[in-house]
Design a protein around this ligand. Structure first.
Ligand code: SF4
Ligand code: SF4
Length: 175
């Protein structure tokens, strides 16, 4: 059973110093205050629904979102709202140690995959652990995807140049 709690009073209230009994604090974590619906706590992302558009990183006032996108050369499917995915996330880090909980990143996210959860109790002994890593791509896989994207870009460029040179070749052949 929870101990009797003191009535919440402001310090200017006449009876503030007359409350001798009851607890003024919570027995956390056994007792917890309700979290407001609009509260802003830890960020979480559903990576399957992220289109790696970078909008969240661009709007972040403190630059604590770090994304590396790689162009996909294959079909990588759609998000749950039907948006076509064209980019891989080789890196998607959010440094919650720098985050000021403004929520702007969640507002601009077009697929609503980036949200502020009501989880407020996450503590670490090493500050580096406040950098949340969301991308699941290995270093090797990212290198392969980068190489495939670069090769596809080169092939596209070569095809474009060939197409641009074609009329002049034809012209030369007619003379
Ligand atoms: S909540 Fe604000 S500060 Fe935190 S990551 Fe999002 S945009 Fe950046
Ligand atoms: S705004 Fe949303 S969809 Fe775009 S990169 Fe950020 S989390 Fe992903």
């Amino acid at each position: 059973m929870s101990p009797k709690r003191r009535i919440s009073k402001g310090i200017q209230d006449e009876g503030y110093f007359h409350q001798r009994e009851g607890s003024a604090t919570l027995r956390y974590p056994a007792d917890q205050l309700p979290v407001p619906e609009v509260g802003r706590y830890q960020l979480a992302i559903e990576m399957n629904d992220c289109i790696v558009c970078d909008l969240c990183a661009k709007i972040c006032p403190v630059n604590c979102i770090d994304i590396e996108a790689i162009k996909a050369t294959e079909d990588i499917g759609k998000t749950s709202d039907g948006t076509t995915k064209r980019l891989h996330a080789a890196k998607f880090d959010i440094d919650m140690g720098k985050c000021m909980f403004c929520g702007l990143c969640t507002v601009v996210c077009p697929t609503e995959c980036l949200v502020m959860t009501n989880e407020y109790d996450r503590s670490f002994t090493d500050p580096k652990e406040l950098n949340y890593v969301f991308a699941e791509m290995s270093v090797e896989e990212a290198a392969q995807k980068r190489a495939a994207a670069a090769a596809a870009d080169l092939a596209k460029k070569a095809a474009k140049e060939a197409a641009l040179n074609k009329p002049s070749e034809m012209k030369g052949a007619q003379q």
